[in-house]
Design a protein. Sequence first.
Length: 203
Amino acid sequence: MTDRALDDNPHLGPVNRIVPFLKTAALVVTIVGAVPTAVTAYHAWQYKVPFSQVSHRLAQYEIWERNIDCKIEYKALSTAEGTKIDAGACDETGDISLKVSTDDGKATYEWIAYNQLQKPGEAPPPAGIIDLLIGAAQAGAVQAKGVQVAQALEVVCQSLVSKSELVRIVKEDGKCYRETMSPVRGTVDKREEVPCETKCKAG
């Protein structure tokens, strides 16, 4: 029976009111259900990250915000292939920061939130945390044949300029460098040697 036939039938009065309501409700549910997907797609485009990683990358930004006043002193490991992994923790929050650098000058940062770590007497953390550690260690490197201790990386200062830019002055091997990076993607987009007294600001 068509909508017109339903309208003309005097015995179907309540149906005439319910059918348009159900159609409208179905349309509203469809639109509301599509909003989170649209927001995620927008963030993927805005920050240039894969759609599937948007949630994780935004969580990384929140950890940067929480630890922006932490001057972490990293301990460094170098693999046989030249990949270097610096690891440090913020004393105040307990969050752990990893920096993975390759010998071609590329580097990324990854945070592990303290509340995602296994505590004594608790169940192991989700597999995703282990995958994260393994992925960070393997990024940009072939399987490591050996690991050796290297000099530490020290954060002199850092400033969250915007959601898409973070500036850090780091000291490494007696020299200071300004790293301009994306706190959402975790990538170091620019690194240059500067005097150690340089302020953490966009430049």
